[in-house]
Ligand binder design. Structure first.
Ligand code: SF4
Length: 368
């Protein structure tokens, strides 16, 4: 195992219009000049780190809510990325956006700088469910945004949806899935709500009451989305053929990425590090926290992370990347998980079964 140049870039935009009741990401409501200060500091971080990058294979602007930036600020962000980084010809270039704060001029600015994938935070179409999770906005500009994207030849569109929400019936969830599919996105992320301790939502609801329905929600994703041409390729991600998210696929398979912005994490092939999850500290140049473990422990982690994907590992590729065979690292655990029907392990491949995707936490626990 060795340190390698970064091949992907993640930019964390730490601003949101309001805080959702379930949110565990680092974000804040921006005050006066904070966005401008953020962009200035980001330029310094880009300038410091660019030399450690190869031509980028993917860029992901996430958050927070990147679309909260106005068109001029978004233009600056994209210009900085293009100024400091080289991109391969077919670089996947994604941005998360809230359909309520994204406008056609913002989309045009992003598209003009190479954006080719848009990830829309829909979460639910149901007003009552949106209220439960404290999601602001009414999605009433979603169709305008989708038409504009289509007119700009921006076809790769993801919708984020959430299930297992207190008070959400199976029928509510199935309605959300079908309504999302009616807009013909190419990719769909279906996240199970985890009630983070201390979140506003956790103090109101007891998740245990709803866990009995979890499996039914999970199965609905496969049943309904397959009718519309999607296949599950990771625990929470579904795509039409050839529309899997390259950025995430490569991250799950041990490839390198540079994270810029507060709370952003990087991986250089050996070590992970995380920028401070605090805007002020990051603006002042506080150092990232480094997670340094032995090469063997890192290889076990890399082995485990790909078990969240349906493809899992091509074992030759895993060995070429880490220098270890899977059996050298976790022979007994692999046999145990195979015996439980959670993974398939043959000479060439190791990957989770459908049951292994559902009980993925157990695979992670055993392998790491
Ligand atoms: S929009 Fe996303 S990042 Fe912002 S508060 Fe809501 S869940 Fe968190």
């Amino acid at each position: 195992m060795q340190v390698r140049p970064y091949q992907s870039l993640y930019v964390h935009v730490p601003f949101c219009a309001a805080k959702c009741a379930y949110c565990a990401f680092y974000s804040k409501i921006p005050q006066s000049s904070e966005i401008q200060n953020y962009l200035s500091r980001l330029e310094i971080e880009f300038a410091q780190k660019q030399a450690q990058c190869q031509e980028l294979r993917s860029i992901f602007i996430g958050g927070g809510t990147p679309s909260i930036l106005d068109a001029a600020q978004l233009q600056s962000l994209f210009s900085l990325i293009r100024k400091y980084f080289r991109l391969i010809d077919d670089c996947e270039f994604s941005m998360e956006a809230n359909p309520d704060s994204l406008t056609v001029d913002k989309l045009q600015a992003a598209k003009a700088h190479g954006l080719n994938r848009l990830s829309l935070g829909v979460q639910s179409f149901n007003p009552k469910i949106r209220e439960t999770i404290g999601r602001q906005g009414k999605l009433d500009r979603l169709e305008e945004i989708l038409s504009a994207a289509q007119a700009m030849q921006l076809h790769d569109i993801n919708f984020d949806l959430i299930y297992n929400i207190p008070g959400q019936s199976l029928q509510d969830w199935q309605n959300d899935l079908r309504r999302a599919c009616a807009y013909a996105p190419t990719h769909l992320s279906a996240y199970a709500l985890i009630l983070e301790e201390k979140s506003a939502l956790a103090s109101k609801f007891n998740q245990e009451n709803d866990e009995q329905y979890f499996e039914a929600f999970w199965q609905s994703c496969d049943e309904i989305l397959s009718e519309y041409g999607f296949s599950r390729y990771e625990i929470a991600n579904f795509a039409k053929p050839s529309y899997q998210c390259r950025h995430n696929q490569e991250v799950w398979h041990g490839q390198t990425y540079l994270g810029c912005g507060p709370a952003a994490a990087s991986f250089d092939g050996m070590n992970r590090c995380s920028n401070p999850a605090n805007l002020e500290n990051w603006l002042q140049g506080a150092k990232p926290e480094i997670d340094q473990i032995s090469p063997e422990a890192r290889a076990r982690e890399i082995l485990a992370f790909a078990m969240r994907t349906c493809a899992g590992w091509n074992k030759e590729e895993f060995t070429a990347l880490t220098g270890y065979t899977a059996e050298e690292l976790r022979k007994d655990e692999i046999e145990h998980l195979t015996g439980l029907g959670l993974i398939i392990n043959n000479d060439k491949y190791m990957y989770p079964t459908p049951k292994g995707l559902l009980f993925n936490d157990y695979i992670l626990e055993m392998m790491i």
